[in-house]
Ligand binder design. Structure first.
Ligand code: MGP
Ligand code: SAH
Length: 320
């Protein structure tokens, strides 16, 4: 069990934040007091950020300024040697990816109503498939994720290096687009060619294509040949039914074992951002940090409603 965790709340509309430092046992207690299941958590009173009194060791960098070029070449070589399709080559059917108020099925109408919150440029012709509708990271949350990475760049040990973000499950591109617009180089994986087709199209709409390399493949298999400075993990949670569980077991309830996934990502970097259900088992999440390391768990609110949990590891865990 790790020694401590930072628990924070962030409203991505107003920017309001509250931060507390807690032991895992307190996190467990807090869990019991939170709105559960399908209930809609209301934002707690927020206060000004406090500097948590935590001793932290700066993480050693994955790639140093000296070996950066070598590392990037190595990544290219490693991925190319696998003969992976770097760009999607899937011949999709237009009607699967473009929607209107007439064509949207009843089960997706809740997401349709949120379309401009998912993508502010939705009306310019955003494409997404059914899984994309319920999985995409809302734009303001994606902007927030990118800003946390920016905070990392400001740390002396990472500046002025051009950081590479690995978006391990890019879906229709919600996060990749905002990482790229924030100026990062992004390597975006997805196993589904349809998602990559959408992501590439959407990135083009946002003028973000230039900074993104799309790779079709299974991230779990490719992690060992991938290089980067930050890994963003937003895996499939098994559909919108994730809220039917009181506590979401990150090891047992996702299509991909959440602990195994974290360890695969750790091969690339200690700087991991884990985008998880708001009913996730907090103890499981904090324990991923390992003995003596800090993890920050942030409850993210949008329009006064709890949306997701984001767990930060490595140097991402302490925002300055
Ligand atoms: P939600 O609970 O399905 O929607 O997803 P919402 O609007 O909060 O519904 P409400 O009725 O509970 O208010 C909340 C957020 O979780 C979405 O905006 C997605 O970003 C994210 N999300 C949902 N699912 C099912 C997944 C998933 O499988 N994978 C990932 N990476 N994100 C998901
Ligand atoms: N953050 C994304 C949503 C990710 S949803 C966005 O904003 O759009 C999860 C994605 O993981 C889905 O697109 C799914 O196709 C992909 N996926 C599932 N298993 C995978 C694997 N083993 N490797 C890479 N991608 C995978």
């Amino acid at each position: 069990m790790n020694e401590s965790a930072i628990h924070s709340q962030r409203d991505v509309e107003s920017g309001a934040t509250s931060i507390t430092v807690e032991l895992p046992s307190n996190l467990k207690r807090k869990r019991k007091n939170r709105t559960r299941g399908r209930g809609r958590g209301k934002k707690a009173n927020t206060k000004q950020p406090e500097t948590p009194e935590i001793e932290s060791k700066p993480e050693s960098r994955v790639t140093t300024a000296e070996n950066e070029n070598e590392a990037q070449e190595h990544q290219q070589d490693s991925l190319e040697s696998l003969s992976l399709p770097i760009l999607p080559d899937f011949d999709f059917k237009e009607e699967q990816l473009s929607w209107s108020s007439e064509s949207i099925p009843k089960r997706l109408q809740k997401y349709w109503r949120q379309r401009h919150s998912l993508f502010s440029r939705f009306d310019d012709g955003i494409k997404l498939d059914e899984e994309g509708w319920y999985s995409v990271t809302p734009e303001k949350v994606a902007i927030h994720c990118a800003s946390r990475c920016k905070a990392l760049c400001a740390k002396p040990e990472y500046s002025p290096k051009e950081l590479v973000i690995i978006d391990a499950f890019c879906g229709v591109g919600g996060n990749s687009i905002q990482f790229a617009l924030a100026g990062f180089k992004v390597v975006s994986f997805d196993i589904d060619p349809l998602k990559l087709t959408c992501a590439k199209h959407n990135a083009e709409l946002y003028g973000a294509l230039e900074n993104i390399t799309f790779i079709r493949g299974d991230f779990l298999q490719l992690a060992c040949v991938t290089k980067g400075d930050i890994v963003f993990l937003s895996p499939p949670w098994g559909g919108p039914e994730y809220l039917s569980h009181d506590i979401f077991d990150i090891k047992e309830m996702m299509p991909i074992d959440g602990e195994k996934l974290f360890h695969a990502a750790s091969q690339i970097s200690k700087n991991i951002m884990y985008y998880m259900p708001r009913n996730s088992n907090l103890e499981q999440l904090t324990n991923l940090a390992g003995l003596g390391n800090i993890c920050e768990i942030e409850e993210v609110y949008l329009n006064n409603r709890a949306k997701v949990l984001i767990a930060y590891f490595g140097s991402l865990a302490i925002e300055e």
